[in-house]
Design a binder for this molecule. Structure first.
Ligand code: PEP
Length: 249
């Protein structure tokens, strides 16, 4: 019922030429895959090359961040219409690295989500707990606050159209994946929070898992009823590994 989404986050890797090469290698490996959305989020500098390289394929592109204003004197920032003009359909918002290193809060996430939706970009909103919070047993309340505050003020329709990525911080780039059961439990909890905010629409919201997703763990993760796809960092940089993730192989 929910179309799976496999999204790659290239972070601060790959030049335009390297990004183009990756996409050229990926295209034949995912050709004909029609029952899921395939998304790549290159750095801003590689978006134009990526947009050109995906032309006519089943791959979409997204930004890794966005500024909430439509334009203005914000040196170094990128506005939602700029992403849209480059062909982006998606934008990652509130990634834990943005929260940890660049001071993003649930309030800034909420502003960015509204700005992205106004430009008809699909937000991929990241939430997740630290290792310390998990060990203290406060994962659910931490994630609930991030969801409620980050999605504050949205209509049920807006809530059902966006994507949430549950990314436990201790699993990102560490090689340590949450077990499929643990990931499922938190994703199901997020859906229950969404149901309180969006009613029936919560059944439409795609909830992804992220954190050291690899070809050898994607299948088990995708077998979980509330996991609708993956947000993939390291393993999305190489065409071969990302294609295997896209195909759940
Ligand atoms: C990420 O960047 O969102 C991520 C999950 O990274 P990795 O797959 O490398 O853990």
């Amino acid at each position: 019922m929910r179309t799976p989404v496999l999204a790659g986050n290239w972070k601060m890797y790959l030049t335009p030429a390297e990004g183009r090469q990756m996409i050229e290698a990926l295209r034949p490996l995912v050709e004909g895959v029609a029952d899921r959305e395939i998304v790549l989020c290159p750095p801003f500098t590689a978006l134009a090359a990526a947009a050109d390289a995906i032309e006519g394929s089943n791959i979409s592109i997204g930004g890794q961040n966005v500024h909430p204003a439509r334009e203005g004197a914000f040196t170094g920032e990128i506005a939602p219409p700029m992403l849209k003009a480059l062909g982006c359909r998606y934008v990652i918002i509130g990634h834990s690295e943005r929260r940890q290193y660049f001071g993003e809060t649930d309030a800034t996430v909420a502003e960015k989500v509204r700005a992205a939706l106004a430009e008809e970009l699909i937000p991929i909103v990241c939430v997740g707990e630290t290792l310390e919070q998990r060990e203290k047993g406060v994962t659910n309340p931490v994630v609930e606050i991030q969801v409620r505050q980050g999605l504050d003020g949205l209509s049920p329709e807006e809530l059902s159209g966006l994507i949430i990525a549950y990314e436990p911080i201790w699993a990102i780039g560490t090689g340590r994946t949450a077990s499929p059961d643990d990931a499922q439990q938190v994703c199901a909890f997020i859906r229950s929070v969404m149901a309180r905010l969006a009613g029936e629409g919560a059944q439409k919201t795609r909830i992804l898992y992220g954190g050291s997703v690899k070809p050898d763990n994607i299948k088990e993760l995708m077998n979980q009823p509330d996991i609708d796809g993956a947000l993939v960092g390291g393993a999305s940089l190489k065409a071969e590994s990302f294609a295997r993730i896209v195909r759940f192989e």
